[in-house]
Design a protein around this ligand. Sequence first.
Ligand SMILES: [Zn+2]
Length: 290
Amino acid sequence: MPELPEAETIARGLRAPVEGGTITGVSVLHADLVEMGPAALVRGITGAIIEAVGRRGKNVVLRLEGGDHLVVNLGMSGRLLWRPAHDPSPPPSHPGVVFRLRPAAQTPNPRAAPEGELVYHDPRRFGRIRLLTQGAYRTWSRSLGPEPLSRGFTARRLALELARSRTPLRSWLLDQGKVAGVGNIYASEACHVARLHPALPASEVDAAGARRLHRAIRRVLAEAVEGGGTTLRDYRTAQGWEGAYQHSLRVYGREGEPCPRCGRPVRRIVFSNRSAFYCPRCQPELPNDG
Ligand SMILES: [Zn+2]
């Protein structure tokens, strides 16, 4: 499922074709994907100019002229694909919402203007599209934790937050109110780099462990953005390409394969209904185990 690096890669891939473009029409093929209902979405954004494409946590955010924000949560299998006009490639198999766009650089005659399409594609349909006013967007954004690649995310703040909770570290990292954008893949990867057991209660991470975890989260996410994200199944970039970071994963999805640091077989454990992957030697259960 898409996490911060995947959403960031999609947002970067949409900037050139989409920013400055005008939404000339919207087709909602699956109403369950649109939080406020199709009619309100069509009314709210038809004719609007997309000022900027960005990201908050795992969400791709399109800021519209006038201050509204279109927030796309990609759910389990969502994609945002840019299809230029007259694209000869086959259309997406599971389009949910199609935004027709007139690009920014245009001929003066709009009738001659070639349009492109921004297609929200989602076979499993756990994604959600929401249109938020500027005020509602700010309120929502404040409910999320800090952006881990921003300067506001510090080792000190992380240590203070960890100390308040007995939640297992892997689950703590999945809480979007603690750190925005980390999901199951990068939580396992960050715990491995930081040499912390994924089931360790958050409050038992000591000061040195919190500093390692802070560095590990930033390193893993930055590397994955550099790699264009992780494609295990559904994720594609805005241009429909696979990411490359699946080839660099240290532990996630590698049960029984050697730990890249020590060679011991990677283990998988399940808690809170989700798998976590770790090395029993590099990430001992208790700080004094190894
Ligand atoms: Zn190891």
